[in-house]
Design a binder for this molecule. Structure first.
Ligand SMILES: Nc1nc2c(ncn2[C@@H]2O[C@H](COP(=O)(O)OP(=O)(O)OP(=O)(O)O)[C@@H](O)[C@H]2O)c(=O)[nH]1
Ligand SMILES: [Mg+2]
Length: 370
């Protein structure tokens, strides 16, 4: 399921809800025709009360229903909601709207009964006024929740969109190792740039399609790039969430150390990440291959193989030779576009292998026989 934050309709404020409800109620009353003054007033008053209550009820319940239910949201989304706005508050404010919706209906029923039971016109007006007053005070209690939802909607709208039903490749490593450059170089089409609420750094989300399947790559600046003890609970939560969506973790290391973190510190970080995401396959990739000294032995060979493959229309999934550094780790240059195609195909194979096999779905190329 894709988080639908961006499609959430605006949440009206308390005053706007009341204005809309009361003005529609007035119009509904204006349409009443009855030559008998008592009957006419009774119809007008009951219609005003019922219309106002109906409009508010509809508005509140529609808001509740258009917000994703936490019980049915992917764990990653729930963790994001928890990190950004708090799941308890989320539940509380939506349930306040539900409460408000049922209260206004209850008021309408009670006060319309009063209107119907009397023949005195002034009592009818009084019961209508009383209903409005009570509805107003219910809305006074719902108002803060509407305001909260409005603000949360703005926060959630800015969150990266990750479709947890599709493969997700989590890209991590020390600051400046080249995560963003790598994702951008592997992505076809536009990259989404975003911020998590707990980091001022830019997050890049890239996509590429292979086997007609969209693969998402998620950047993790400020998340998996510092020693564990420096992280706060929100960050830990987001990290835990990554485990639920990640099909594969790519850990980038910068052997040139031009990122500013020593080789040893990067290795310690790698151990941290392995401990934090024990359930997800992790692949170590060394970055900035063009700056490695010496240049990887197979640089020219890989470069030519990839160019040939691209010139032939990038067809199929050949095992292109991986570019390896002098310690045998896969490497690539985002800057010079060398080693990337081979690595992408390798990543796709690993993601495929990590997939939980659904016994009801036959593997590609298999046919059911009758
Ligand atoms: N020589 C070389 N430099 C690279 C390569 N990829 C990235 N860089 C440089 O490394 C620096 C950091 O790159 P980014 O992609 O921003 O690194 P990052 O890991 O996203 O950094 P943060 O988001 O700050 O954690 C930039 O100056 C890049 O130009 C590469 O393949 N070769
Ligand atoms: Mg970055």
């Amino acid at each position: 399921m894709k988080v639908t934050w961006r499609q959430l309709p605006t949440v009206l404020f308390e005053d706007e809800v009341l204005d809309k409800a009361f003005s529609r109620a007035r119009k509904a009353a204006d349409r009443v025709e009855d030559p008998n003054r008592v009957f006419r007033t009774r119809k007008q008053m009951t219609r005003m009360v019922q219309t106002a209550a109906d409009i508010i009820h509809t508005m509140l319940t529609e808001t509740v229903h258009s917000w994703p239910s936490l019980d049915q949201s992917p764990q990653f989304d729930v963790a994001m909601i928890e990190a950004c706005v708090g799941t308890d508050d989320y539940r509380h404010h939506l349930s306040m709207l539900q409460w408000g919706a049922s209260q206004v209906q209850r008021i309408a029923t009670q006060n319309n009964r009063k209107i119907i039971r009397t023949a005195r016109i002034e009592l009818m007006h009084e019961a209508r006024r009383e209903a409005y007053g009570r509805i107003g005070s219910i809305m006074g209690r719902v108002g803060p929740s509407l305001k909260w939802l409005n603000e949360s909607r703005e926060i959630m709208k800015a969150l990266p969109q990750i479709d947890s039903s599709l493969p997700v490749i989590v890209v991590c490593g020390a600051p400046n190792v080249g995560k963003s450059a790598f994702i951008s170089a592997l992505s076809s089409g536009n990259m989404e740039v975003n911020h998590y609420p707990f980091t001022t750094k830019q997050i890049h989300i890239g996509h590429f399609t292979q086997r007609r399947l969209q693969h998402q790559m998620v950047d993790t600046p400020g998340l998996l790039d510092r020693p564990m003890h420096e992280r706060n609970s929100i960050e830990l939560q987001a990290i835990a969430a990554l485990e639920h969506i990640g099909s594969l973790v790519l850990f980038l290391i910068d052997r040139t150390e031009s990122c500013g973190m020593s080789w040893q510190d990067q290795m310690n970080l790698l151990e941290d990440v392995e401990r934090l995401l024990p359930g997800t396959e992790l692949m170590v990739v060394s970055s900035k291959a063009d700056a490695l000294k010496p240049l990887p032995e197979d640089w020219d060979f890989v470069k030519e193989s990839e160019e040939r493959w691209r010139n032939n229309g990038s067809q199929g999934e050949p095992k292109l030779p991986l570019l390896l550094d002098d310690e045998g780790r896969p490497t690539m240059s985002a800057l010079e576009n060398v080693g990337l195609d081979a690595l992408r195909l390798e990543v796709v194979r690993k993601v495929k292998a990590a997939e939980v096999v659904d016994p009801l779905v036959l593997p590609e190329g298999w046919h059911r026989t009758r």
